[in-house]
Design a protein around this ligand. Structure first.
Ligand code: 5GP
Ligand code: ZN
Length: 114
């Protein structure tokens, strides 16, 4: 059995509040939201982090970015603005080692991030 949490969410073996699914990506609400909208966008294919992205993933990542923009509009956060962020490694605080992008919005956000 695959031990990766996000692979298991993508396979619907672990329940999640899924807001988007295609052949290549899944979007679901973060279990511990840090903003009024906090959606995680993942590739169905297991990739450990952004440092492991290769050219073959280009089309899927293009779809993922377009989906983020679509979801931002659907969530009503497009006008205010939103953030799309991926953490890589311990200094960035990556806790799940399956490539994912946080779509955050619905409040004013600080820069630089903590
Ligand atoms: P990271 O810290 O790796 O950038 O982000 C991992 C994110 O996954 C965290 O924001 C965390 O709240 C979220 N998360 C961890 N476990 C689960 C889970 O079982 N379900 C959902 N929906 N989110 C999770
Ligand atoms: Zn995985």
């Amino acid at each position: 059995m695959n031990e990766c949490l996000f692979c298991r969410i993508a396979a619907r073996e672990v329940p999640a509040d899924v807001v988007h699914e295609s052949d290549h990506i899944v979007g679901f609400r973060d279990i511990n939201p840090q903003a009024p909208t906090h959606i995680l966008l993942i590739t169905k294919e297991h990739v450990s982090s952004a440092r492991d992205v290769d050219e073959d993933l280009g089309k899927v990542l293009g779809e993922l970015f377009r989906t983020a923009a679509h979801l931002a509009r659907a969530e009503g956060i497009d006008e205010g603005g939103w953030r799309l962020v991926t953490n890589v490694g311990p200094d960035a605080g990556q806790s799940v080692h399956h490539l994912h992008f946080h779509l955050l919005g619905g409040r004013q956000m600080d820069w630089p991030p903590g």
